[in-house]
Design a binder for this molecule. Structure first.
Ligand code: IDP
Ligand code: MG
Length: 174
């Protein structure tokens, strides 16, 4: 399933035309530091409470090969060795969440990479004071999200279902 997909809701807009709701998906990795610190439930809850639908969820132990692929943009950095050791040291929890403008909104909830500078209220701002052990990963663009979801989830591990409270999460025109 693509990170960004169109879903016809079957509702009628003001002009009588069918309303098309853009639903985006993005990848979250609740990193090994968060798992070790007992923060998985609290972190996932933030996205649920925002109204994001969990469409994929699993625990895995990241291999060195997967770490190299996922952090390909960082392999030449001096901190890469430590980063690889960190993400492969212990299991993590991977999730795919779906909702309006998921990629951008999830990044806002996550906060900047350097958690020391992350505002309170963001996941990194509230749970970390480190640039490295910053508790969570989130895809940084729609294109990246599409690739990263495929990297961590098989199609059969992603679920299409309706939340019963969807009419309370979004207006009919968004
Ligand atoms: P992001 O996680 O906010 O998207 P990226 O630049 O993609 O940030 O970096 C991926 C991960 O690599 C970070 O979340 C962090 O764990 C680690 N990292 C990034 N920059 C540094 C650094 O300067 N020192 C140590 N670790 C870093
Ligand atoms: Mg990144």
């Amino acid at each position: 399933m693509d990170a960004c997909r169109k879903e016809v809701q079957g509702r009628r807009g003001q002009e009588g035309s069918e309303v098309i709701v853009m639903k985006e998906r993005t990848l979250l990795l609740i990193k090994p530091d968060a798992l070790q610190r007992g923060l998985v439930g609290e972190i996932l809850a933030r996205f649920e409470k925002k109204g994001f639908k969990i469409v994929g969820l699993k625990m895995l132990h990241v291999s060195k090969e997967l770490a190299k692929e996922h952090y390909a943009h960082l392999v030449d950095k001096p901190f890469y060795h430590d980063l690889e050791k960190f993400v492969t040291s212990n299991p993590l929890v991977a999730a795919v969440v779906e909702g309006k403008e998921a990629v951008e909104v999830v990044r806002l909830i996550v906060g900047p990479t350097n958690a020391s500078k992350a505002p309170g209220g963001t996941v990194r701002g509230d749970f970390s004071n480190s640039t490295s052990r910053n508790v969570i990963h989130a895809s940084d663009s729609k294109e990246t999200a599409e690739k990263e979801i495929k990297r961590f989830f098989k199609p059969a591990e992603l679920f299409d279902y309706k939340l019963n409270n969807e009419q309370y999460l979004y207006a009919s025109d968004e």
